[in-house]
Design a protein around this ligand. Structure first.
Ligand code: DAH
Length: 333
């Protein structure tokens, strides 16, 4: 009897160990501990035993076996229950991680950054900001700026013509200077204005030239404005924009819309000179084109490239790099 009990208990424990689901455990519970289980059947056979001692020993062994099987079964049930719960949780889990992996944040293009910083610095010097159209008439782009149709300076401006109106009458502006005229026509002096914007030249691009680029124009019109005001403004801008170690100089030059005209250079703390742009005292013909009396008003103007500023500031070797939209280039800044 004892050996049968031991065998039944061992068999029960083995089948419990082999069970791999809660469903199987449920079946085993009935099969191994129910009324028709081997151990229960053995119990009904207790009566056939002859001696009291035999009955007592076998009864005790049966009870221990039943308890042991029940314990093993419970342990296995708990284990499989946890495993099934884990599987279910994994299946039902909501993956919220994408809400925490915020998409990387974009930032302004280096030309936009330069544009904004230039505006900030000039606004800090008391200037206001104006913009004009990119498609211009020949009159605003050239004639009003003292460049009549036969003027040789026009050859410096390789022009894109727009098929609109009289042939040759509409252009993509070659510089931001035409906005000077529009400002003079629309704003009563005194004028302290900067005019940033996109300009176009019908040129082959290379490492230092683009066909589409950006300029910022400055215009000051007031009573008694002199070249000293121009030089002082350029110097104040230089120190505010580049830093205290930088200075500026004016070099005599020629532009049809200013008289006298100059180019201005920036001196870096290391002593290198950087050519930046053009400037000068607004030509009387330009004041007249803008509807102002040159006897009453005088002023200065300046203009320079924004893309150049971004290029120099970030040490970009080739300006074309700035417009290929290669994310690896853009992300550096
Ligand atoms: N418009 C000129 C250019 O594109 C730059 C320039 C020179 C602007 C002198 C000015 C100026 O206002 O006074 O080359």
């Amino acid at each position: 009897m004892i050996s049968e009990i031991t065998a039944a208990r061992t068999a029960a424990e083995q089948s419990i160990a082999a069970a791999s689901s809660l469903d199987e455990i449920r079946v085993l519970d009935t099969d191994l501990l129910g009324k028709k289980s081997p151990l229960a059947l053995l119990k009904t056979g207790l009566g056939k035993l002859t001696t009291v001692d035999e009955k007592k020993a076998a009864g005790q062994a049966l009870n221990e076996a039943m308890l042991a099987v029940e314990e093993v079964l419970n342990a296995r049930r708990a284990l499989l229950g946890r495993a099934e719960r884990d599987v279910q949780l994994a299946a039902e889990a909501l993956d919220l991680t994408e809400h925490f992996n915020a998409p990387s944040r974009g930032k302004a293009h280096i030309v936009t950054q330069a544009w904004q910083r230039l505006e900030d610095v000039f606004v800090g010097l008391g200037f206001q900001v104006a913009e004009g159209p990119e498609v211009e008439t020949d009159w605003y782009n050239f004639e009003a700026l003292n460049m009549p149709p036969s003027h040789p300076a026009r050859s410096m401006h390789d022009t894109f013509y727009v098929d609109h109106g009289q042939p040759g009458s509409t252009v993509l502006r070659t510089h931001t200077s035409p906005v000077q005229i529009r400002v003079m026509q629309n704003v009563a002096p005194p004028i302290y204005m900067i005019m940033p914007g996109r300009v176009f030249r019908n040129e082959t691009t290379d490492a230092t030239h683009l066909a589409v680029f950006h300029q910022i124009e400055g215009l000051v019109i007031d009573r008694g404005i002199t070249l000293a005001d121009l030089a002082g403004t350029i110097e104040a801008f230089t120190q505010a924009f580049f830093g205290p170690g930088f200075t500026s100089r004016l070099r005599p030059s020629y532009f049809p819309f200013t008289e006298p005209s100059a180019e201005f250079d920036i001196r870096t703390p290391k002593g290198d000179w950087l050519e930046l742009g053009g400037c000068g005292m607004v030509h009387p013909n330009v004041l007249r084109a803008g509807g102002l009396d040159p006897e009453e008003w005088s002023g200065f103007a300046f203009g320079f490239g924004i893309d150049r500023m971004a290029k120099e500031r970030h040490g970009v070797g080739d300006v074309r790099e700035m417009y290929t939209n290669d994310i690896r280039f853009i992300e550096q800044f």
